[in-house]
Design a protein around this ligand. Structure first.
Ligand code: SF4
Length: 484
């Protein structure tokens, strides 16, 4: 790397993981990064701009971008840093396109939240069409994906606005009946249930200590989300205790969700208790309606149990059921995914989240006997998911991406009008304070004026959480009571 001033050097010092993510978009081997002679980066500071070039053998790409001349040193540094990093990624992207001829659906974007760029452009005063054009022009995002973001931004714009005066609450129940082969959460199998009572005691302690922070910091509860894990995997008594705690400490939320992911964890009693507690939304997630795939991915239930759970939930009068499904599951082809969607239509959920399989290498190995659909096929599945959601009268309302996604695609939440989940939007757009309780929860405080977020994570290990719960509560007091 030559020649660059300290500011440019500092901006690029920690960019390697992002560059690695960029080459992965094109399926280029990570091993290329181990050979210094492969990708050659040249970065220069000119009088009013940065210039960056990347080469690989005979192939070369080069870009330059003017840097900020802001007078405020902090803002200038921030803008210059962002410019340098974007430029560096963009230049490597150009090179990878030349090397492979591939056009990734999200262009050069590697981040989790592509909606941020759309919202940023709209906040600058651009029209939706101009914002779409910018994403296509500057980041090489494909037109359908850019237009999807514009539609999502419009749907989000019509929701009750979040802001500094509100707080969302997340409660994590880190237990599941069995572990899905693709799971990236820190949840444990519930096993013999030994850890459940001490976990619930610790959670109650943390709730008692932290719930008052909402009013004490002058805020109102907006959305409450109970996730995990599978909260309904708790035994009946513990599940009721959880609902009682929510009723006592978090009344008056605009929206409350309880994930009831595995249909085999649901009983009429639990569903009735959910309805009587005023929970407004549950999520029953088949992931696929093909029994063979359910066995391959380690979910110990059948498609028939999903149908029964939906019927039971409807009988008990649950007002909003969300369904999660996954495109790109091992051993599935388009016909399998189409079958899942046909079944989804029959179960008519109020919202549908179409995920794309994201597999870490370790999980991939455990599934090596079931071939994964390729990126193009997964993209067709995702498109089919979008068409099905539209045929049900749903609109897309939130979107995010993860590492290691099949075909470098995305996860999109669709909902009938009036059924968008506020918590999902707040979480993904990072527009609301989050008070997160339970093992692995990450509390967030937003600083709207500074455009900054501070976080307080809880430990993810269940036993550690139990033994260190006082410390977890203190972290949140420090987070929300701190002055900037
Ligand atoms: S249900 Fe969710 S949290 Fe539980 S094992 Fe499966 S992916 Fe992980």
């Amino acid at each position: 790397m030559t020649p660059m001033n300290d500011e440019l050097h500092e901006a690029l010092e920690t960019i390697r993981p992002e560059l690695l993510a960029m080459t992965r978009l094109f399926g280029l081997p990570d091993a290329y990064w181990e050979e210094p002679s492969r990708y050659l980066l040249r970065a220069e500071t000119l009088p009013d701009s940065y210039r960056i070039s990347f080469s690989f053998g005979d192939l070369l790409s080069e870009r330059a971008a003017p840097f900020s001349t802001e007078t405020d040193p902090r803002a200038r540094q921030l803008h210059r840093r962002r410019t340098a990093r974007r430029l560096c990624k963009q230049t490597l992207y150009d090179l990878c396109r030349k090397m492979t001829g591939i056009h990734p659906p999200w262009g050069s974007l590697t981040g989790v939240r592509p909606t941020h760029l759309m919202l940023e452009a709209l906040a600058e005063g651009l029209s939706p069409q101009a914002a779409v054009d910018r994403l296509v022009r500057e980041y090489d995002v494909t037109l359908p994906k850019a237009e999807l973001l514009a539609e999502i931004a419009a749907v989000q714009g019509a929701l009750p606005p979040p802001g500094d005066g509100f707080m969302d609450v997340y409660i994590g129940i880190p237990f599941c009946t069995t572990r899905c082969a693709y799971c990236s959460f820190s949840s444990g199998e519930i096993g013999d249930g030994r850890l459940v009572p001490p976990y619930m005691d610790a959670l109650e302690k943390e709730i008692r200590a932290c719930a008052p922070l909402i009013a004490a910091t002058g805020r109102k509860l907006r959305a409450l989300y109970v996730g995990g894990g599978t909260p309904t995997a708790l035994p009946e008594d513990d599940f009721r205790r959880l609902l009682d705690l929510i009723g006592e400490y978090f009344p008056g939320a605009r929206e409350t969700t309880v994930e009831a992911g595995r249909p085999d964890t649901l009983s009429r009693e639990k569903l009735r208790a959910i309805r009587l507690s005023g929970i407004s939304r549950i999520s029953i997630n088949p992931q696929t309606m093909n029994d063979r795939t359910l066995r391959i991915i380690g979910r110990a239930h059948t498609a028939g149990q999903v149908r029964e759970a939906y019927a039971l939930a409807r009988e008990e009068g649950l007002p909003h059921i969300n369904m999660d499904i996954i495109a790109g599951l091992p051993g599935e082809d388009e016909a399998d995914f189409a079958h899942t969607l046909e079944e989804a239509v029959l179960l008519h959920p109020e919202s549908l989240t179409v995920h794309t399989l994201a597999l870490k290498r370790s999980s991939r190995m455990s599934l090596e006997n079931a071939p994964l659909p390729d990126g193009d096929m997964t993209a067709r599945m995702v498109d089919r998911g979008l068409r099905t959601a539209r045929s049900l009268g749903m609109v897309p309302y939130y979107l995010y991406r993860q590492k290691y996604m099949a075909g470098n695609l995305e996860n999109t939440g669709y909902a009938l009008p009036g059924h968008a989940c506020l918590y999902n939007v707040d979480m993904m757009e990072e527009t609301s304070h989050i008070l997160a309780l339970g093992a692995g929860g990450i509390s967030k405080r937003i600083w709207p004026d500074e455009g900054h977020i501070t976080r307080a994570p809880n430990v993810a290990n269940i036993q550690e959480y139990i033994s260190r719960v006082d410390e977890m509560a203190a972290r949140k007091r420090d987070l929300f009571e701190a002055e900037m």
